[in-house]
Design a protein around this ligand. Structure first.
Ligand SMILES: C[S@@+](CC[C@H](N)C(=O)[O-])C[C@H]1O[C@@H](n2cnc3c(N)ncnc32)[C@H](O)[C@@H]1O
Length: 231
């Protein structure tokens, strides 16, 4: 997925003072992810032109891909699962790790979680998640932070949508999630079988055919599962 996104980027960045929220508003449309039609998000149609424009308009090179502008297969499946199995989060303290657009966190609020903290390392993602929360008239804490550097928090449930696409990140993430689980957290992962998903350590809870963006996935539909990290 990342390699696919890395192609075709522009090099000529012209500095411009465009705030991230304004940029998101101007370059996305309000749409519902196909598997989760009850939630509306600021989403883009194509990744590479958006990535190029982000760098050109903001005058910053080396920015992360615009993960925040898409409802990833793993996130859609996990959001659907949480909405249809609300007991998984109801009245519980939840962490949405790597929230991107905020889709999974929004679903967890709608499903009745006691509290939600959503984290991401990309300021575009935390900005988009805040805008999407308000679009859906929900609120939750959003942190711009790499929590994988710290001890896991005392969340009762950790939700992870589509984070096993890169080797080093996947290894860090798995070790941290195992530690969180040893402290008592239940870990639920939505993933379409990315390269570094540790399937051997997971139990499949549900499976969905998720409509996705062809530009990102080279496919119209991705078979995607929701998994629980085994004890
Ligand atoms: C493929 S997107 C998935 C977004 C969302 N969970 C979904 O399923 O739609 C991956 C996200 O992980 C974030 N990310 C990468 N490394 C991270 C880390 N160490 N901590 C938190 N978020 C991270 C990226 O910024 C990006 O928003």
């Amino acid at each position: 997925m990342e390699n696919h996104l890395r192609s075709g980027r522009g090099q000529n960045a012209a500095a411009a003072d465009v705030s991230k929220a304004e940029f998101i508003r101007q370059n996305t449309s309000v749409m519902a992810p196909p598997l989760v039609p009850e939630i509306k998000l600021h989403l883009a149609h194509e990744a590479v032109p958006l990535w190029q424009k982000t760098e050109e308009e903001l005058g910053e090179m080396g920015l992360a891909p615009p993960f925040w502008a898409f409802a990833w297969a793993g996130g859609q499946a996990l959001a659907r699962y949480v909405l249809d199995h609300s007991s998984a989060v109801e009245n519980l303290r939840v962490l949405d790790l790597a929230t991107g657009s905020g889709l999974v966190a929004i679903a967890a609020v709608q499903a009745g979680s006691a509290s939600i903290v959503a984290t991401d390392i990309d300021e575009f993602a935390t900005t988009a998640a805040a805008m999407n929360a308000s679009l859906n008239q929900v609120s939750f804490d959003i942190k711009l932070d790499d929590v994988l550097h710290r001890q896991p928090p005392s969340a009762e449930v950790i939700l992870v949508g589509d984070l096993f696409y890169e080797k080093t990140l996947a290894a860090r993430c798995l070790a941290w999630l195992q530690q969180a689980q040893e402290q008592g957290a239940k870990v639920l992962i939505g993933d379409p079988g990315r390269s570094y998903l540790p399937k051997g350590q997971l139990e499949k809870l549900a499976e969905y055919n998720v409509p996705v963006t062809r530009d990102l996935e080279d496919a119209e539909i991705k078979k995607t599962a929701v998994w629980q990290l085994r004890a």
